[in-house]
Design a protein. Structure first.
Length: 57
């Protein structure tokens, strides 16, 4: 399952540069993850200061 970014996102951008598949981009107010590009590695979640990237269930 792909990760997604919750509304807790503070738009700091820390996750975008950590994504090895370039699945993260700046959206409207928060960053977003393209589920078709996400490889479910969790790198984004490891660097997020507020825990916004979460694994989809």
């Amino acid at each position: 399952m792909a990760y997604f970014i919750s509304e807790d996102c503070i738009s700091c951008g820390a996750c975008e540069s950590e994504c090895p598949s370039s699945a993260i981009s700046e959206g409207d107010g928060i960053y977003v993850i393209d589920p078709d590009e996400c490889i479910d590695c969790g790198s984004c979640a490891d660097v997020c200061p507020v825990g916004a990237p979460q694994e989809a269930e």
